[in-house]
Design a protein around this ligand. Structure first.
Ligand code: MV4
Length: 444
């Protein structure tokens, strides 16, 4: 087992990883930008190293600064959390070259999954259901028109280097294709330095359901059931829950099997997530594979009673998976509490938290690094807390979430708490009747 892990991240996820390391008897190194010098991860880690100024590019994204911090502290592994360098091919490679275990995917896996057209080709070969579409990249606009005719409108063009919706265009009819082709190419080139596009049939009102998986170095993989992440806004998830209200036992088995195939096809080691789109007929299609721990891993932990960070560390150290799949025993919901103003288009609201009280009691979990007197810096993402509830049924979980949201006091900055309160009262949400389009029409 590792003796010392450096956490190449900040905020709640840095704290989350430090907590598990402590329970496992592993020493921890926090790295921090000058904006985070007084943060809880810095206080709770065994050692802390400043890696630069507030700007992410000069601190949490600086490979040389982080490697230097690992070398001077003698860390034998790096946990990247999510975001920042967690799916960075170069960082994974540099860790390897320095004899430091990167707790995440290999450079080859990151490259293979990061290029969406090649990831899709790998999954088709492995027998994972994918959305009908172009074979590989589109050659030119004429090729795009020809393919769209075969696939049948509506179609969607996606950036092969994309993710998060950048460089993505829905095309309803041929007249619109050329202009959308040009703008998608430009946007992709500017965002990723890669203007490769591929095409798929557009799925109109899908649900976003992802399967948590785990794989070991012996080539075995298992699944840990699903999370429903359909409640999103501009590709930012707001609420996640498990089990999905749309799930059936039969669908879970099929999606779980497909996710295991996906993991085994790339010899995945560690914990990961296979994202699917699910249509109204319960057809499901591979969308992306994430080779990191995700923000919403918490709800899976609650319903299967399992520490996923501990599992991730054990798998990175070469241990075996248990050999069985895991099924939800409870219902869990997570609300992301962001320092944003829902009355003003969710605009960021950084600043000092002047008063803070968090909810408690049975079935409540808060993953957060904030406290009274804490100043939310303007440089990073605006998520300040994850409020997670667990209960026997979905209805009970919603009631518990409403109770908890009502107890949450955060003064000094605007937060998304009022939005979540309205969501928990929405009839369609309460019935489990929602798709990825939900936020386009929800009045809060
Ligand atoms: C799609 C789709 C409909 N049909 N692909 C959005 C992000 C990127 N990873 C894939 N995305 C989508 N791909 C086809 N063929 C709809 C989306 C999509 C979406 C997917 C999941 C969650 C929220 C979404 C919001 C808008 C569009």
């Amino acid at each position: 087992m590792f003796k010392k892990i450096l956490i190449a991240n900040r905020g709640e996820i840095a704290l989350r990883v430090i907590r598990t390391c402590k329970e496992m008897g592993i020493k921890t190194v926090a790295v921090y930008s000058t904006a985070d010098k007084d943060s809880l991860p810095v206080r709770f880690a065994d050692e802390a190293v400043c890696i630069g100024p507030p700007q992410s590019s000069k601190s949490y994204l600086s490979i040389p600064n982080i490697i230097a911090a690992a070398e001077i502290t003698n860390a034998d592994a790096i946990h990247p959390g999510y975001g920042f360098l967690s799916e960075n091919e170069k960082f994974s490679k540099v860790c390897q070259e320095h004899g430091i275990k990167f707790i995440g995917a290999t450079p080859e896996q990151i490259a293979g999954m990061g290029d969406k057209a090649s990831a899709k080709a790998t999954m088709i070969k492995a027998g994972v259901p994918c959305i009908p579409g172009s074979k590989g990249l589109l050659k030119d606009v004429a090729d795009a028109k020809k393919q769209a005719k075969e696939i049948k409108y509506p179609v969607i063009m996606k950036a092969t280097a994309g993710g998060g919706g950048k460089g993505m265009r829905i095309v309803w009819k041929e007249e619109d294709l050329e202009a959308l082709w040009d703008s998608a190419r430009q946007e992709s080139a500017a965002a990723f330095g890669n203007d490769g596009l591929y095409m798929e049939k557009y799925i109109e009102e899908p649900r976003h359901i992802e399967i948590q998986i785990a794989g070991d170095k012996f080539g075995s993989a298992c699944h840990l059931s699903e999370r429903d992440c359909s409640i999103q806004r501009r590709h930012q998830k707001l609420v996640e829950e498990t089990p999905s209200p749309f799930m059936t036992e039969e669908l879970r088995d099929k999606m779980g099997e497909a996710a295991i195939k996906a993991a085994e096809a790339v010899k995945y080691e560690g914990v990961g997530t296979v994202e699917f789109l699910v249509d109204k007929h319960r057809n499901f299609y591979f969308m992306e594979m994430n080779t990191r721990i995700q923000v919403e891993h918490t709800i899976t932990e609650e319903v299967i009673n399992f520490d996923l960070i501990k599992e991730q560390i054990k798998l990175a150290a070469g241990e075996k998976i248990s050999g069985k799949n895991y099924y939800p025993q409870m219902h869990s919901i997570q609300c992301r509490i962001n320092a944003e103003d829902p009355d003003y288009d969710f605009r960021p609201s950084p600043g000092k938290i002047t008063d803070y009280h968090c909810p408690g009691g049975h079935g409540i979990r808060i993953d957060s690094h904030v406290h009274a007197g804490y100043t939310i810096p303007p440089y990073y993402d605006s998520m300040i807390s994850k409020l997670i509830v667990v209960a026997r049924t979905r209805d009970e979980a919603i009631l518990k979430m409403k109770r908890a949201l009502g107890e949450y006091i955060i003064e000094g900055v605007k937060t998304t708490i009022p939005f979540h309160q309205k969501l928990m009262d929405n009839e369609d949400f309460k019935k489990g009747n929602f798709t990825t389009k939900f936020m386009e029409t929800f009045e809060y």
